[in-house]
Design a protein around this ligand. Structure first.
Ligand SMILES: CC(C)(COP(=O)(O)OP(=O)(O)OC[C@H]1O[C@@H](n2cnc3c(N)ncnc32)[C@H](O)[C@@H]1OP(=O)(O)O)[C@@H](O)C(=O)NCCC(=O)NCCS
Length: 218
């Protein structure tokens, strides 16, 4: 499932999103020997965050890139938007796919993804992260730096497991939920869709859809 170093050499990626997470993905892509060839953002106040990489604004900018770059369908792409913005990641990833952009999982060479784990398209596993045996992650998920998704977890589309968070075994996380930095989710817990687990929380009970939970019991 992880992308071998040789398979991505010389590959050019486009990224939708030009802020901090774009810098993270550009670094990862560079580690793999590939490069970012264009940035896109919906915010017309966005600034080009990568030296020598052109920034295009919105869908009109995407059309412009298609016209001027000579690239297009078949180019690799990712959505570079972090935080609790799974819906944006999924919507923009769908836009790119519908325009023929190739969306695959991206795994840092110093992350560990067990060969029995499955990653959906556009899912990103960053440096020092772990995805253990039998876990299944949907599309456009982020397993951020040093986060751990232990055995047999189920992550729906658009989930973000923030830096240093730990999902113990058999945890289930609903669509677009975010598990905050440094939190710990105990085994077999279910986190509902669109829920947010606060940074540093210890989650000992199931979390309803849309809920925000924080702190530690007792
Ligand atoms: C829990 C969280 C969602 C709450 O956000 P919010 O509703 O905007 O909360 P506020 O900043 O308005 O703070 C409200 C109160 O909760 C407290 N609080 C905020 N986050 C907390 C947390 N993680 N744990 C404990 N208390 C927290 C604040 O101190 C404040 O307390 P007060 O009312 O006594 O002053 C957010 O703080 C958080 O932890 N998000 C996760 C961030 C993260 O991990 N990002 C990863 C990016 S890669």
């Amino acid at each position: 499932m992880s992308l071998g170093r040789s398979s991505v050499l010389e590959r050019g990626y486009i990224l939708w999103g030009s802020a901090g997470h774009a810098k993270v993905l550009a670094s990862l892509i560079g580690e793999l020997g590939a490069r970012v060839i264009a940035l896109f953002d919906n915010d017309d106040q966005a600034i080009a965050s990568l030296p020598d990489v052109p920034l295009y604004i919105g869908k009109a900018g995407f059309e412009e890139w298609l016209a001027v770059s000579g690239d297009g369908p078949g180019t690799y792409g990712l959505v570079a938007i972090g935080g609790a913005r799974g819906p944006d990641r999924l919507m923009l990833q769908g836009f790119l796919q519908s325009n023929g952009i190739r969306i695959e999982p991206l795994v840092h060479p110093r992350a560990f993804v067990c060969r029995t784990a499955k990653l959906g398209p556009g899912t990103q596993v960053l440096a020092q992260a772990v995805v253990a045996a039998g876990s299944r992650l949907g599309a456009a998920c982020i397993v951020n730096h040093s986060a751990s998704v232990d055995h047999e977890c189920l992550l729906a589309d658009g989930v973000h497991v923030a830096p240093g968070a730990t999902l113990c075994g058999c945890v289930s996380v609903g669509r677009n939920a975010m598990v905050g930095a440094g939190s710990v989710v105990l085994p077999r817990i279910t986190i509902g869709e669109n829920a947010i687990v606060g940074a540093g929380a210890v989650v000992t009970r199931n979390v309803p859809a849309g809920a925000v939970v924080k702190g530690k019991p007792g």
